[in-house]
Design a protein around this ligand. Structure first.
Ligand code: HEC
Length: 59
């Protein structure tokens, strides 16, 4: 999965999936973590995953 691939390079995926995000924090975090624009092809997908799939868990 794309997010796992992108985000597990430096830390365990648990660091990511135990957090919840909204669109704004997801974009910021993506840029901070990868140094890439969240508007890139991959960035958009990862950010969308973060604030949709991971946000739902918070309910
Ligand atoms: C280049 C290496 C690297 C990549 C790639 C990376 N991270 Fe991180 N991440 C770190 C480091 C180092 C820390 C711990 C230091 C810190 O908190 O800044 C961290 C900490 C975190 C934290 C918890 C700390 C905080 O800032 O709240 C979260 C959540 C997180 N990463 C999410 C992600 C997500 C989501 C991705 C994929 C978009 C990602 N990371 C990709 C290096 C990386």
């Amino acid at each position: 999965m794309l997010v796992k691939q992108t985000c597990s390079r430096c830390h365990s995926p648990n660091v990511v999936v135990t957090q919840t995000f909204n669109e704004k924090t997801a974009r910021k975090l993506y840029q901070k973590m990868t140094g890439e624009s969240p508007d890139s092809e991959r960035g958009k997908k990862v950010v969308e995953y973060l604030y949709t799939v991971l946000a739902e868990k918070a309910d």
